[in-house]
Design a protein around this ligand. Structure first.
Ligand SMILES: [Zn+2]
Length: 228
């Protein structure tokens, strides 16, 4: 289902997204950045791409996506900003973007240091479960080992496999977001199912890795194979 190369690229883009956000927050707070455009008819990913193309040569090199990956990075970064974060209403928060733009993106970037992770709701958890079941179905098809919805659901929720399945569903959603899908809060739910401890705090030093995703894929394939 996944290849090492595709996963490594996706992980590189995902990790850069986090660094880029931290940098934006700092630059905006120090008034060193300008978001001058108004984005009436522009999607967040187009706006990010325009911005990066304009400022590419002026940005610190550790932050730069490869030129050939600018579109993919912009797709991911827009999805990350709009589907993972809400604004904290607190003193210092700006109601419009710095350049007077009210789009989702400018408001978030202008307030980058006032962002907080979205709080997943029941519906988001349900969607995360649907994504876990769907990835089991796709894997079963790939290895020609048919599986019923009921068995797939049991596997997707079992304490033995939930973490691995969440890992795979997240990797799939990461690839989709890089290709331009908007994503959703379910990605945050999936992330917490493998990068957080079951008691609800982040695993210290956790890093997304292609090798771990590929290992999870093998483990889940074996479980599907043995399931019926
Ligand atoms: Zn805007």
């Amino acid at each position: 289902m996944f290849t090492q190369d595709t996963l490594e690229k996706a992980i590189r883009i995902q990790q850069l997204g986090y660094k880029m956000l931290m940098w934006f927050a700092d630059e905006v707070d120090q008034h060193r950045i300008s978001l001058a455009a108004i984005h009436d008819n522009t999607s967040p990913r187009e706006a990010i791409l325009d911005w990066l193309k304009t400022f590419y040569d002026y940005m610190p090199s550790y932050l730069l996506p490869r030129r050939a990956e600018l579109t993919e990075f912009s797709n991911y970064f827009a999805s990350y900003l709009t589907s993972s974060f809400d604004l904290k209403e607190e003193p210092g928060m700006q109601l419009a973007g710095q350049g007077g733009c009210f789009c989702n993106l400018c408001i978030r970037l202008t307030n980058a240091s006032h962002l907080k992770a979205k709080k997943p709701q029941k519906l988001d958890k349900r969607e995360a479960m649907d994504k876990r079941i769907a990835i089991i179905g796709a894997l079963a098809q790939e290895i020609s080992s048919p599986i019923s919805h009921k068995t797939a659901e049991a596997l997707a929720n079992s304490s033995q496999y939930l973490r691995d399945v969440a890992y795979l569903a997240y990797a799939k959603s990461l690839l989709e977001r890089i290709s331009g899908s908007e994503g959703g809060v379910y990605a945050l739910v999936l992330w917490r199912q493998f990068a957080w401890k079951p008691e609800g705090s982040p695993i210290r030093g956790f890093e997304l890795s292609a090798a771990d995703i590929l290992a999870a894929e093998e483990k889940v394939k074996a479980a599907i194979f043995q399931s019926e």
